[in-house]
Design a protein. Structure first.
Length: 232
């Protein structure tokens, strides 16, 4: 009798994107033409290399859909930059909901404010300028947080997570951006400080009993974490 053999592993189900396929992806979405966000992206790109901090167009639309689907009321964004992601988040909020933005750069925040006004979402957004770690350590939201989008300095991610966790309601969602770090998180040895911080947090989230998580290869990687508390 021949020894039993393990069944072959199923093929990995992912698609490697090239420029043509990525162009196809971003063209086939509801808001492929968006005058406000297109103008904001163009102005941000004129700033030079810092424009790499912009989220991608499809990522922005995904954030809008999520805020609508989850019916969130209190949102926190750490790292607002020129306002692209905050507009996407604010678009999905119902009346009376609030987005709290934390950023350290007044020049970039001034651009964000202009586009918030143009989009008509400024009344839903409260901006706090300064070191987010210091601000959050003293800040208390009026209602528990439903949703947090974190896209700032990578070594600070874990601190932001821990500062927000007590303020996050059960079933609330954290989303961390850039969690694949251009594919460099699997380098051996990993020497980049940002990559090391991201890798450590990915490992922590996957094993943190307070949350259930999934790391998705959207744009530069989004790590979702739902705060436990409501059994499913």
């Amino acid at each position: 009798m021949e020894p039993s053999q393990s069944p072959p592993s199923p093929p990995a189900k992912y698609v490697s994107l090239n420029d043509s396929l990525y162009d196809y992806v971003i063209r086939h979405r509801s808001h492929a033409v968006d005058p406000v966000l297109d103008a904001l992206r163009a102005e941000t790109e004129s700033l030079g290399d810092v424009a790499r901090m912009l989220i991608s167009p499809e990522q922005g639309d995904f954030l809008t859909l999520l805020t609508k689907l989850l019916d969130v009321r209190t949102v926190v964004e750490i790292g607002t930059f020129t306002g692209y992601s905050s507009i996407c988040l604010a678009r999905g909020l119902p009346g009376g909901a609030q987005l709290y933005c934390f950023d350290i750069n007044a020049e970039w925040a001034a651009i964000a404010r202009r586009y918030w006004e143009e989009e008509g979402v400024a009344n839903r957004i409260e901006l706090q300028l300064g070191d987010a770690k210091e601000l959050l350590s003293k800040w208390e939201p009026r209602t528990p947080i439903d949703f947090a989008f974190i896209d700032a300095d990578k070594p600070g991610y874990d601190t932001y997570y821990e500062l927000l966790m007590p303020r996050m309601k059960p079933d609330g969602v954290f989303i961390f951006d850039n969690m694949i770090w251009g594919g460099r998180v699997i380098e051996e040895p990993l020497t980049d400080p940002d990559g090391i911080a991201i890798d450590r947090l990915n490992r922590k989230l996957a094993n943190d009993p307070r949350v259930e998580t999934v790391l998705l290869p959207i744009a530069d990687g989004l790590h979702f974490a739902r705060k436990r508390g409501v059994k499913r």
